[in-house]
Design a protein around this ligand. Structure first.
Ligand code: CP
Ligand code: NVA
Length: 315
């Protein structure tokens, strides 16, 4: 196996915009190699003796499990730091937690309800910190998303992704930043009030100009889906927005992915969803489990993309 390039060693990952296009391509290429050698090869001992601290203040299935499996498959271990078990839950400052954990572990992944909180952890931690989801960004998801697009369509160049639904979500923000950097066209169709955050959109304009990516807001779901290579959606009610569930369901109802929208897309179009899914809301059962679904490969690719990221950041 080709040795890991060192440019990401020791780096924090708060958002996709922290990376360059070349760094994303390095992560993807490394992920492809690791996926091909998933049950063997020198990567099995790459992180021998290394420990990942996993600080989760919110629920997770994929992120938590895939990070733990990633560390195990690379020869290291993962330490589950459930928020309620830490002195953090009794008021110990995040700064002190970061300083102490950095004396024990080689990297920290954190999921939390405040983006400032993960930035605060990173600012005080000597160990590299990876954002495992905040309300604003979900960079690990976007790395797996690009890997999945590449795998299913054979390329990133010239691909057009249509994101339908809550464009103001962490998942859409990270996808937008990733597409802008690597030159994938992204069209977002969201109801008024659910558009991507303006500062995220604006900040992406420079990398998009450099890569040639077109980042657009569509006037409606049908316009977005037309000729798209990927139809992508996220849950309508993200963690922390549960009190808005009824309003969100009403506002976002016209943006659910269904068979009629898929018929407008390109012949080889695939359907993506970060999961957890709500069948009958943002996606139909037929699309989620059907033969055009890339969703389960996308979930698996969280493992391979994060193995690559860990290998590059920690090794
Ligand atoms: N997509 C994703 O991050 O899933 P989890 O919330 O289960 O980690
Ligand atoms: N936008 C969703 C993503 C879940 C992985 C949320 O924040 O809950």
């Amino acid at each position: 196996m080709v040795p890991a390039p060192t440019s990401l060693r020791g780096r924090d990952l708060m958002r996709i915009a922290d990376l360059t296009a070349a760094e994303i391509e390095t992560v993807l290429a490394h992920a492809e190699r690791l996926k091909a050698h998933r049950h063997g090869g020198p990567s099995r001992t790459l992180l021998d003796g290394r420990v990942l601290g996993m600080l989760f203040e919110q629920p997770s299935t994929r992120t938590r499990a895939s990070f733990e499996v990633a560390m195990t498959q690379l020869g290291g271990t993962a330490l589950n730091l459930a928020a309620g078990d830490l002195q953090l839950s009794r008021g110990e400052p995040i700064r002190d937690t970061a300083i102490v954990l950095s004396r024990y572990v080689d990297a920290i992944v954190m999921r939390t309800a405040s983006h400032e909180r993960v930035e605060e952890l990173a600012a005080s931690a000597d160990a590299p910190v990876i954002n495992g989801l905040t309300p604003l960004h979900h960079p690990c998801q976007a790395l797996a998303d690009l890997l999945t697009v590449k795998e299913h369509l054979g390329r990133l160049d010239g691909v057009r992704i249509a994101f339908l639904g809550d464009g103001n979500s962490n998942v859409c923000h990270s996808l937008l930043e990733a597409c802008a950097l690597v030159g994938v066209d992204l069209v977002v169709a969201s109801p008024p009030g659910y558009e991507p955050a303006l500062d995220v959109h604006r900040r992406a304009s420079q990398p998009a100009a450099a890569s040639g990516a077109r980042i657009e807001i569509a006037s409606g779901p049908r316009e977005a889906a037309a000729d798209a290579d990927v139809l992508y959606t996220d849950v309508w009610t993200s963690m922390g927005s549960e009190h808005e569930r009824g309003q969100r369901a009403a506002d976002l109802a016209p943006y659910g992915l269904d068979e009629r929208l898929l018929r407008l897309a390109s012949d080889r179009a695939v359907v993506m969803h970060c999961l957890p899914a709500h069948v009958g809301e943002e996606i139909t059962e037929g699309l989620l489990y059907g033969d055009r679904s890339a969703v389960w490969d996308q979930a698996e690719n969280r493992l391979h993309a994060q193995k690559a990221l860990l290998a590059l950041v920690v090794a």
